[in-house]
Design a protein around this ligand. Structure first.
Ligand code: GLA
Length: 346
């Protein structure tokens, strides 16, 4: 029988720090219990076969295929990268089993690519570290898939540990794990609105940030003082995008301090301010998501915000541990399209 190699990685939720990871700033993602398992059997030829329960298939591809918008593109990209890294010398038969919903902002694509790279590493007992595989996975998104994303998702799914958040400096790729409070939980609720990072809206924000980088002569919009930005007299969108990055980065730093000192009120306030900035300044929210966040707050969440790339997907809310399950039931009753995905209960 042919030998198979498997790897399991979690989905992630970002607690705070959105669109800072390609602007030199901090993020604070945490591992979820929804997860993805990739099982790989290496092949001597260049053929690729992918079976995934969530898609009709199998998908039949080859290593020379370009990305075509097909659901199996991340698999092809990951296997091409595994060959470039010397982990494989040919295609593979892949089997994917996942409980991470797609199009929800919970890193299903990063999880798929990282899991395949980890499984490929096991084939040759490769020496690549998890950080190196995360960087390789980002290359697949940027260069193969054409998604100009940052490094947060790949680092989170490759390295995050259950029960902790990952305080990641995306400029240096240094990180530390921060314990989550046992008195509270972080609930992830899908708005019911699916979105794709490849649909152009994420890339449009990236282009506006690039414009701001050029204007201010720095790659690190997050490190510009908000006061400096406030003095620029213009109503151009790229200035608002830079302002979001600069203030969001500082909110992440404040949230990390708050978690470390057990100041949940401040953590919640940072989450709420982050949502307001995504809604009014970075402009990546939607009325239905604003309504869900507002209800989460009115029903007693300490903080609630859109999470992920925006324009759909999930919200994350910090609630007292003992408000379950009443809080969720009341929220879902008033938002019939929404559904509970996961809860981080440290
Ligand atoms: C997506 C991208 C990440 C990050 C977030 C927004 O998840 O993949 O790199 O930019 O959006 O914070």
């Amino acid at each position: 029988m042919l030998e198979s190699f498997s790897a399991v990685v979690p989905g992630r939720v970002n607690l705070i720090g959105e669109h800072t990871d390609y602007n030199g700033g901090m993020v604070l993602p945490a591992a979820l219990s929804v997860r993805l398992e990739a099982t790989l059997i290496p092949r001597a030829d260049d053929d690729i076969t992918v079976i995934a329960e969530s898609h009709a298939g199998p998908a039949k591809r080859t290593l020379s295929d370009q990305a075509s918008g097909h659901w199996s593109d991340p698999c092809v990209g990951a296997l091409r990268e595994a060959n470039a890294l010397g982990l494989l010398t040919g295609g593979a038969s892949l089997n994917v089993h996942s409980t991470i919903p797609e199009g929800a902002g919970l890193s299903s694509s990063a999880a798929l690519i990282v899991a395949i790279l980890k499984a490929a590493r096991a084939v040759t007992d490769g020496a690549q570290t998890d950080i190196e595989l995360a960087i390789a996975a980002r290359r697949v998104e940027n260069s193969y898939m054409g998604v100009p994303c940052g490094i947060m998702d790949q680092m989170a799914v490759a390295l995050a540990t259950p029960g902790s958040a990952m305080a990641l400096d995306t400029k240096s790729i240094d990180y530390k794990l921060v314990s989550l409070p046992s008195s509270h939980q972080f609930v992830v609720i899908h708005s019911g609105i699916k979105r794709k990072l490849t649909d152009g809206r994420y890339a449009a924000r990236k282009l506006e940030c690039d414009r701001a980088k050029k204007y201010f002569g720095t790659d690190d919009l997050c490190l510009i003082e908000p006061e400096v930005l406030a003095r620029v007299e213009s109503n151009e969108p790229f200035l608002r995008r830079a302002m979001h990055c600069a203030t969001e980065h500082r909110r992440v730093l404040a949230a990390i301090d708050a978690l470390q000192s057990g100041d949940i009120e401040t953590l919640g306030r940072m989450m709420n301010e982050s949502h307001a900035s995504m809604r009014d300044v970075f402009e990546i929210s939607l009325p239905q998501i604003d309504a869900l966040v507002q209800s989460a707050f009115e029903l007693g969440a300490i903080g609630a915000r859109l999470t992920g790339g925006g324009f759909g997907g999930c919200i994350v809310a910090c609630i007292e541990r003992n408000s379950q399950p009443g809080w969720i039931n009341r929220l879902l009753e008033s938002h019939p399209d929404a559904r509970l995905i996961d809860a981080i209960v440290p």
